[in-house]
Design a protein around this ligand. Structure first.
Ligand SMILES: Nc1ncnc2c1ncn2[C@@H]1O[C@H](COP(=O)(O)OP(=O)(O)OP(=O)(O)O)[C@@H](O)[C@H]1O
Length: 536
C-alpha cells in the first residue's frame, strides 16, 4: 500500500513501515521487563490477505471488508457514547470497533511501586482546570480546557503532547506560577487543601537553564546547597550531598568543568539540563515539577536521568510531574501515569502502560516496531495537517477529527471515570499540611552570594581583568599627558579637562559591566520565579 505522493500515512501502521513485512516475527516475544506480550507483527502477517498487503488492519482508510467486529475484550476503553458528527467520524468509529477485536493488544502490567507509605507525601489533584490567556489583539484564548487528574507519591506522571499543546502551562498552573496575563479556573488541591506550595515542599526545573557561566559544575551545585540547605547541616554534609547528587545525575566526570557560555565553551546542553535538575533535587522536595528534563540528552542519558528521577519517586515517596517531548520506549516504560494533551484537551489520562490499548481500541493501533510515544504524538499532532490530510483512498481526513474522537472516547471511558473517582477520593482526604522547609539564614545567604559574586567577577575576563588593564593604561596615558602641567592659569583649565575626561571614561567603562549585570538579573529573576526569594 503506497502513500499518496511522498506523504507518509501516519495512522496506517502497516504502510508506515513496509520494510517490516518480509520479516517473520515469532508469535510471542519477551519484553525487557520480563512480561510476555503477543507480537502484533505476527498478527499483521495473518491479515495480509486483504489486497495482499495487510490492509485488513489499516484503519481508517481501508476499504476492504473485514469480519464483523467481535465484542470489545476490554471494557475500560469504551467508544464514545456521543454520536459522531460527520460521515468520516462515523466511519472511523465503525472501523475502530473492528480493530478492537483484531489488534489483540495485550495490556502491560502497570509499573509496581516500592513506596508503601499511604499517608506521607504530596497528593496533588486538579479538577476542571481551565487556563485562558488575554491578549489585546487576539482577545481571550483557552490554553487548557477542563483538565482533571492527579499525581501521587511514589509515582511519576508524564505530560506529553505536541509542541504548544499546553504542557508547560499545565505544569505552571499546578505549581502556581502562571503569568499575570492568564486566568485560571477549577480546583487544584494539595493533600485535599487549597494551599500555595511553600519553599522546600516543591521544586520546579524550568525549560531554560539559568546558570553562572564562570563557575564549575560542582561550585554551582555547592553554592546552591549552601543557600538552600539549613545552617544546622554541617558544610561537610552539604558537600557530600552535592557530590552524591552530581553522581546521581551522571556528572562525576564534569564536576570541575566550567558551565561556559558564549565565548567560552563549557559543558554541553544536556549536562546543563542535568545540573539544573541537581540544583532542584538537592533539598529532596516532596513534589517535583520537571519541564522537559531530557531535552538535549541522548537516549542513554535520558534513560539514566529519568531512571534516577523515577527512583526518587519510587523509593522515597516523591511525587513527580514531568513534561516530556520524545521519550524512548525504555523511558516511556518508566512512567506510571500519562497525561496526553492536544490543544489543551485531555486525549488520555491514566496508566502509561494502558495508553497503547486505548489507542488501539479506538482505531489507532501502534505499529509493532514503533515507539508508542512517537505513535501517540504522530496521531494527535495537527500542526502539519496540510501535508498529510490526504488519506490513502483519496479521502480528506483532518487530524482534528481524530483528536475529537479520542477526546470523546476518553471522556466516556472507564479510565476517565476511575480518574474522576480517584480525584474525588483524594480531594476528600485531608493529608499532612506541608510545612515550609528550613534553609540558610539571611547572613549565610549574604555571605555565600557575596563570595559567589566575587568568584564570578574574578573569573570573568571582560568584567574584571580586562577593565583593570584598561584602567592601568588610562592611568599611564593621563599621567604622561598631564605630567608636570605647572600651576599657571592654563594648567587649571588642563586639570578641569583631565577630570572631565576621567569621569566620562569611567562612566563609559561602567557600561562594560552590563552583560554581567544582565546575567545576574537573569539568575535573580529565575530565583524569584522559583518562589525562592529567600534563596538570594
Ligand atoms: N502567558 C502566556 N501568554 C500568551 N500565550 C501563552 C502564555 N502561556 C502560554 N501561552 C500559549 O499557550 C500555548 C501553550 O504553551 P505551552 O508553553 O504550555 O506549550 P508546550 O506544550 O509546553 O509547548 P512546548 O512543548 O513547545 O514547550 C502556546 O501557544 C503559547 O503561546
Amino acid at each position: 500500500m503506497a502513500s499518496p505522493g511522498n506523504v507518509p500515512a501516519r495512522w496506517i501502521p502497516i504502510s508506515a513501515s513496509p520494510s517490516r513485512k518480509p520479516h517473520e516475527e515469532p508469535a510471542k516475544r519477551v519484553k525487557d521487563d520480563g512480561l510476555e506480550t503477543e507480537s502484533t507483527a505476527s498478527e499483521e502477517d495473518n491479515t495480509t490477505s486483504c489486497h495482499g498487503v495487510g490492509v485488513g488492519r489499516s484503519f481508517p482508510f481501508s476499504t476492504c471488508s473485514s469480519p464483523p467486529p467481535p465484542s470489545l475484550s476490554n471494557p475500560i476503553f469504551s467508544l464514545p457514547h456521543t454520536a459522531p458528527s460527520d460521515e468520516s467520524e462515523v466511519k472511523m468509529v465503525q472501523m475502530s470497533q473492528q480493530l478492537a477485536g483484531e489488534t489483540g493488544y495485550v495490556r502491560r502490567e502497570p509499573v509496581r511501586l516500592d513506596f508503601q507509605g499511604e499517608g506521607d507525601g504530596v497528593y496533588l489533584t486538579w479538577k476542571d482546570l481551565c487556563v485562558t490567556v488575554s491578549n489585546a489583539k487576539t482577545g481571550t484564548r483557552a490554553i487548557l480546557q477542563d483538565l482533571t487528574g492527579y499525581a501521587q507519591p511514589g509515582e511519576v506522571l508524564a505530560i506529553m503532547g505536541p509542541s504548544g499543546c499546553g504542557k508547560s502551562t499545565l505544569l505552571d498552573a499546578l505549581a502556581g506560577r502562571l503569568g499575570s496575563n492568564t486566568r485560571q479556573s477549577g480546583d487544584i488541591l494539595v493533600n485535599g487543601r487549597r494551599e500555595a506550595l511553600a519553599f522546600g515542599t516543591s521544586a520546579y526545573v524550568t525549560q531554560d537553564d539559568t546558570l553562572m557561566m564562570t563557575l564549575t559544575v560542582k561550585e554551582v551545585v555547592y553554592y546552591s546547597a549552601q543557600l538552600q540547605l539549613p545552617d544546622s547541616m554541617p558544610l561537610s554534609e552539604k558537600k557530600e550531598r552535592t557530590e552524591m547528587t552530581l553522581r546521581e545525575m551522571g556528572l562525576q566526570d564534569a564536576m570541575n568543568t566550567r558551565i561556559g557560555g558564549w565565548g567560552h565553551k563549557g559543558i554541553s546542553g544536556g549536562q546543563k539540563r542535568r545540573v539544573s535538575i541537581c540544583i532542584e533535587i538537592l533539598t529532596r522536595p516532596k513534589l517535583l515539577f520537571l519541564d522537559e528534563p531530557t531535552s538535549g540528552l541522548d537516549s542513554a542519558a535520558s534513560y539514566h536521568v529519568m531512571n534516577r528521577i523515577v527512583g526518587l519517586a519510587r523509593h522515597h515517596g516523591r511525587t513527580v510531574i514531568a513534561s516530556i517531548h520524545q521519550p524512548s520506549s525504555e523511558v516511556f516504560e518508566l512512567f506510571h501515569n500519562l497525561c496526553l494533551l492536544s490543544s489543551g484537551k485531555t486525549v488520555y489520562f491514566g496508566p502509561a502502560s494502558e495508553a497503547t490499548e486505548f489507542f488501539a481500541v479506538n482505531g489507532f493501533p501502534c505499529p509493532s516496531l514503533r515507539n508508542p510515544s512517537d505513535h501517540y504524538l504522530r496521531t494527535i499532532n495537527k500542526d502539519f495537517d496540510t501535508d498529510i490530510e490526504q488519506g490513502l483512498d483519496g479521502q480528506k481526513i483532518a487530524t482534528e477529527a481524530v483528536i475529537n474522537i479520542l477526546v470523546q472516547a476518553y471522556k466516556s471511558s472507564h479510565t476517565s471515570q476511575q480518574v474522576n473517582t480517584r480525584v474525588a477520593e483524594l480531594s476528600k482526604r485531608e493529608g499532612e499540611i506541608l510545612e515550609k522547609g528550613s534553609q540558610a539564614s539571611f547572613l549565610t545567604q549574604s555571605l555565600v552570594l557575596t563570595k559567589r559574586s566575587f568568584v564570578n567577577m574574578y573569573r570573568d575576563l571582560g568584567y574584571y581583568w580586562l577593565r583593570l588593564a584598561i584602567y592601568i593604561a588610562l592611568c599611564l596615558c593621563v599621567g604622561t599627558i598631564f605630567h608636570d602641567i605647572g600651576s599657571s592659569f592654563g594648567s587649571i583649565q588642563a586639570r578641569g579637562s583631565m577630570l572631565m575626561f576621567v569621569a566620562a571614561f569611567l562612566t563609559f567603562m561602567a557600561i562594560g559591566g552590563f552583560p554581567s549585570f544582565v546575567e545576574d538579573m537573569k539568575i535573580s529573576s529565575w530565583v524569584l520565579s522559583q518562589g525562592l526569594e529567600s534563596r538570594g
